[in-house]
Design a protein. Structure first.
Length: 370
């Protein structure tokens, strides 16, 4: 770019910043709202199951039965909400939704436990399959640990099984979800701001003035997107700081690699927003089009559902989703300490998608009929 071109872009960037910071409400939305959203998502979006309501049917009332119930409550995963000595009461409780899990301890439980033949029954309300599956796993581990502790083996077992969770040893879903919220917020800001900015110029009639100015199409779009890219970087710093200092999410990788991946992701988001602006005539149309794109982008990114569990067609479809590649980058950098070599496929995909989206937007914007 020549010095004259740089000067024109610099003037356009200055104009966009003046317009951007003219409205205090918009400034709060850009820099305060992302922090509030991160706090909301950080606490609300969790796959951990705590204090699951448990109804106990104890037909014997023995000491061993009480100890097993105490093992459930001491784990922190379950809390007893009621008890009875009749299995029919548990059926009624589960039918009315007063408990999620039920533990049935039969007559002779203590005797059978000493003989190594004890059985217990676990029932779960499967309305919420995710909660029921996780609670079932917790309950099975508690019962197995209780049985092993009471068995008192005197010989070494044939298999010494030791489980170890790497990268997120506490299996805290917050460490997995909070970094992903960074990608969600960056996409939301870059997509909405960029798509609305150009359309707003068209609605108030200033776009025609810009088109007949010495600014070229690339210079105009560059001047439009640089301010929003800088806003995105500022929001990246803010939400990453909150993730590290407030939620104490570990950052094991390079901060500079995170910044580089975020810049490539912002290029994709800005290019997508510019594409929306080239096909929208009003701000309302641009806003609705952005959300029409934003929701599938989240669903096909692995933010809420693992990509590996999707049907083959949708797994292939996610390869064209920039958020999928960025979430793999940000989670790898935060939790695994991944290097640029480890994330080369994801970074390459982000760069390719960013160039394609931004280049297509510039080509559409520069068409003579526009």
């Amino acid at each position: 770019m020549t010095s004259g071109s740089l000067g024109r872009v610099r003037g356009m960037v200055r104009k966009e910043f003046l317009q951007l910071f003219r409205d205090p409400k918009l400034v709060r939305l850009l820099f305060v709202a992302p922090i509030l959203q991160l706090l909301l998502f950080g606490y609300a979006v969790s796959t951990d199951v705590r204090d699951t309501s448990l109804y106990v049917v104890d037909s014997e009332g023995s000491r061993a039965a009480r100890e097993l119930v105490e093992a459930f409550t001491a784990s922190g995963y379950f809390r007893v909400v009621g008890g009875s000595d009749r299995p029919a009461d548990l059926v009624s409780v589960l039918e009315h939704g007063d408990a999620i899990a039920g533990l049935v301890l039969p007559v002779g439980f203590e005797r059978d436990l000493a003989a190594g033949t004890a059985r217990v029954q676990l029932l779960f309300d499967g309305t919420n399959s995710n909660t029921a599956t996780i609670a079932k796993g917790y309950a099975e581990r508690i019962v197995q640990r209780f049985a092993l502790d009471r068995a008192g083996f005197t010989r070494v077992p044939a298999i010494d099984l030791r489980l170890s969770a790497w990268y997120n040893p506490d299996l805290d879903s917050r460490n997995y979800n909070v970094p992903a919220v960074i990608g969600l917020l960056l996409m939301l800001i870059s997509l909405l701001l960029t798509s609305l900015a150009v359309v707003r110029e068209r609605e108030i009639g200033t776009l025609d003035q810009l088109l007949v100015s010495p600014l070229g199409a690339f210079e105009l779009l560059l001047g439009k997107t640089i301010p929003f890219a800088l806003v995105g970087v500022a929001d990246l710093v803010l939400v990453t700081s909150v993730a590290l200092l407030w939620f104490e999410v570990p950052l094991r990788g390079s901060v500079w690699l995170l910044l580089g991946a975020a810049l490539l992701f912002l290029l994709c988001g800005l290019g997508l927003g510019l594409l929306v602006s080239t096909i929208s005539k009003t701000q309302q149309e641009a806003f609705l089009s952005s959300f029409l794109i934003f929701i599938p982008t989240i669903l096909l990114s692995g933010f809420m559902f693992p990509v590996s569990s999707m049907p083959p067609f949708f797994r292939w479809l996610t390869l064209g989703n920039p958020m999928r590649h960025f979430l793999e980058c940000v989670r790898g950098i935060f939790l695994r300490g991944s290097t640029a070599a480890d994330l080369a496929p994801q970074l390459g995909a982000l760069a390719l998608l960013g160039v394609l989206l931004f280049g297509t937007a510039v080509a559409r914007f520069a068409r003579p009929e526009r």
